[in-house]
Structure formats: C-alpha cells, structure tokens
Design a protein around this ligand. Structure first.
Ligand code: FES
Length: 152
C-alpha cells in the first residue's frame, strides 16, 4: 500500500549509509510524524535484522513516537538546573491538569507531553518549549497560559 511504499522508498534512499537504522527512523518520523508499526518489519527485512531488534531501537529512543502527536507538543525540561528550580512539581501539576503522563497525548488530541533534557535556558529555569517556542522561568501563571493556549 501507499504507506509501505513510502517506507520502502525512504529505506532505499538511506540504506547505503553506515548505520542506516537511525537515519531511516528519523526520516520516517519526519514524514509520518511517528513510526508506523508496519515500518519495523520492512526495515528489519531490508537491513537483515529481526523485527524485535528494530522495535528495540524504536522504543529505546524516546524521540520516536508510536502514534501521531497531538496538535500541540509541550516539552518540559527535566535536566539538572530545571530540577533545582522545581520543574518536577510543575510537571506533576501539568500532568494532573491534562490527565496524561509523559509521552502521552490528551484524549481530544490537543497536546502531547514530552520531557526534554536541557533547552539551553538553564539560567532562566524552569524551562519549556511549546510547539518549538521557548518559555523560560515557568511558574503556575505561565503554565495556566500555556494550557489555555493548547486548549483553544
Ligand atoms: Fe533546563 Fe537547561 S536544565 S534548560
């Protein structure tokens, strides 16, 4: 079908690389927004691996999604500087408000929550990124704004 054909085309293009698995997976994620389940078997056959090996790589790297992301992607920094400025309690608040855990998407498809490890805003921790836009010195007020934005 169409999806398999697109997957095969990506593999054909990148297969010659040394260590082609990650480049292939990154390209598929770019194209589809996630790694289609069927891709694991197709990659495995092409690279002479088992499906389980491909699955292991996909699940090891949290960058790869198993399903499409929500309309908004909220990434919260969980690295050291943000930890020391209280990102974890903020994360708990967000999770409770959205009713989801890390790597999950709200039932209405509005927002996906992901951890990141340092956004380069350590001096203005805690930090987050919403749809590619940085937010520094997060507090409950900013969070309320961010959540209102993703809900609208
Ligand atoms: Fe959070 Fe660097 S530790 S931005």
């Amino acid at each position: 079908d169409d999806v398999s054909a697109r997957i095969s085309a990506v593999i054909a293009e990148l297969q010659h690389l040394e260590g082609p698995m990650l480049p292939i997976l990154h390209r598929l994620q770019e194209e589809f927004g996630y790694i289609p389940e069927v891709a694991k078997q197709i990659i495995a056959s092409a690279l002479n691996l088992s499906r389980a090996e491909v699955h292991g790589v996909v699940t090891f790297y949290h960058d790869f999604r198993a399903e499409p992301a929500g309309r908004h992607v909220l990434k919260l920094c969980r690295a050291e500087a943000c930890q020391s400025m209280g990102c974890e309690p903020l994360a708990e608040t967000i999770k409770a408000k959205l009713g989801i855990d890390w790597h999950e998407t709200t039932a209405d498809g509005a927002v996906t929550l992901e951890p990141v490890f340092c956004l380069g805003l350590c001096a203005q921790a805690p930090a987050a990124m919403l749809d590619g836009e940085l937010h520094a010195r997060l507090d409950e007020d900013c969070l309320t704004d961010i959540l209102a934005e993703v809900r609208s």
